[in-house]
Design a protein around this ligand. Structure first.
Ligand code: FES
Length: 74
């Protein structure tokens, strides 16, 4: 879905930028993809998607590094 209509940026692009390590903050998001640099109406939605993507990415990195502890039923 389009997050920033003014600059044609989608949630997929934001998530990909986070996964690739290009973006990790709202500041870097605006610099890299120009999100929120025109009317600014997308700012809140973009921040929500960025936050979610950063959390997902952190979890995946922890998992791949073996840092996530699994709990199994007794
Ligand atoms: S919708 Fe993103 S700057 Fe206008």
């Amino acid at each position: 879905m389009f997050v920033c209509i003014c600059n044609g940026v989608t949630d997929t692009q934001i998530r990909s930028a986070v996964e690739e390590g290009i973006v990790s903050s709202y500041k870097s998001l605006t610099k890299t993809l120009d999100v929120g640099t025109c009317c600014g109406k997308c700012k809140s939605c973009a921040k929500d998607i960025l936050r979610e993507a950063v959390q997902d990415n952190s979890y995946q990195q922890s998992f791949s590094n073996g840092l996530v502890l699994a709990s199994y039923p007794a």
